[in-house]
Design a protein around this ligand. Structure first.
Ligand SMILES: Nc1nc2c(c(=O)[nH]1)N[C@H]1C(S)=C(S)[C@@H](COP(=O)(O)O)O[C@H]1N2
Ligand SMILES: [Mo]
Length: 297
């Protein structure tokens, strides 16, 4: 078992449900559709998929919010077996679409498909895959952050050009998703002048500052209500009395920051790192803290 950088094994065999928790309600029988570059489509019912050569494989899960779960036994069919049924020229990208209210999707290059050998699965640990985990059918992409593993998979589409997925296009998730290279998020494009101004005024409220670097700074009294600060770097900064209420702080770094009296009401601190931070008198009522590292109390 080996762990990519800045991940930790989740305790007690837990498997958190992340993102959407149920598929779109639709009473038509489940089928998986594959559309090739010529727009021809092939489909399989669940029974037809189960009749193909299925395999069971133990796959490590690595969530971008820093928890990992070792060796989950998934049963399914290799995506490459399904792709072999398509005719025509070699495709370049593969888009995966979910039966979900927000039409959730993700994508991989064909090269990444060949390298990672994804499975289309219906069973985990010998049981039918639970609905909240993507049952009856989901994609599992080994060796990528788990956001590439689309739950409730109903369409696989081959494309000449990449089509960014839901998280990749709306929330700055890195399209490469390689946990060994920490391809978690891309940074927002913040102009230097604006950055200087925001730091001087200590007001980040309601701003999109994904991946902002604000380490080793005096930011006492920072206002950051409702700010999007995913993957921000606040290491070693003085943030006494900062207002982070309702901010998105997932995967942000606060190692050795002074957060005395800071307010985290309703904040999302999934995967954030508070190692050696000072949290004396902080208001600690975050919305979610999956994979968060807290200082020992
Ligand atoms: N349809 C759909 N698939 C999805 C998501 C989602 O919100 N909707 N979230 C992704 C993310 S970010 C993760 S970490 C995993 C979570 O899978 P789990 O709930 O089985 O742990 O599903 C991925 N696939
Ligand atoms: Mo995730």
């Amino acid at each position: 078992m080996s762990l990519p950088p800045r991940q930790h094994w989740i305790r007690g065999g837990a498997w958190p449900v992340v993102g959407e928790t149920s598929p779109r309600r639709d009473h038509t029988p489940w089928r998986l559709e594959l559309i090739d570059l010529q727009r021809h489509s092939v489909h399989w019912s669940l029974d037809e998929l189960r009749q193909l050569d299925s395999i069971e494989r133990a796959i490590d899960i690595h969530c971008v919010t820093r928890w990992s779960k070792p060796r989950v036994a998934f049963r399914g069919v290799r995506l490459q077996t399904l792709l072999a049924a398509t005719v025509g020229e070699t495709p370049c990208f593969v888009s995966f679409q979910a039966r979900s209210e927000r039409c959730h999707s993700s994508s991989l290059s064909l090269a990444a498909v060949q390298q990672t050998d994804p499975l289309v699965v219906w069973e985990a640990e010998g049981e039918p895959l639970a609905e909240a985990h993507g049952g009856p059918l989901r994609l599992v992409v080994p060796g990528k952050y788990f956001y590439k593993s689309v739950k409730w998979l109903e369409r696989v589409e081959l494309l000449g050009q990449d089509r960014l997925g839901f998280w990749e296009s709306t929330a700055g998730y890195h399209n490469g998703a390689d946990p060994w290279r920490e391809e978690r998020y891309i940074a927002a494009n913040i102009a230097r002048g604006l950055l200087r101004e925001l730091l001087e005024q200590r007001d980040f409220s309601h701003r999109n500052l994904l991946g902002i670097v604000a380490a080793q700074r005096d930011l006492v009294g920072l206002r950051a209500r409702h700010a999007l600060l995913r993957n921000a770097d606040f290491r070693g900064s003085r943030l006494v009395g900062a207002d982070f209420s309702h901010a998105n702080l997932s995967n942000s770094r606060f190692e050795q920051a002074d957060l005395s009296g800071a307010d985290f009401t309703g904040a999302d601190v999934d995967g954030a790192d508070f190692t050696d931070a000072i949290l004396t008198d902080a208001v600690w009522a975050p919305l979610s803290q999956l994979g968060t590292t807290l200082p020992p109390c």
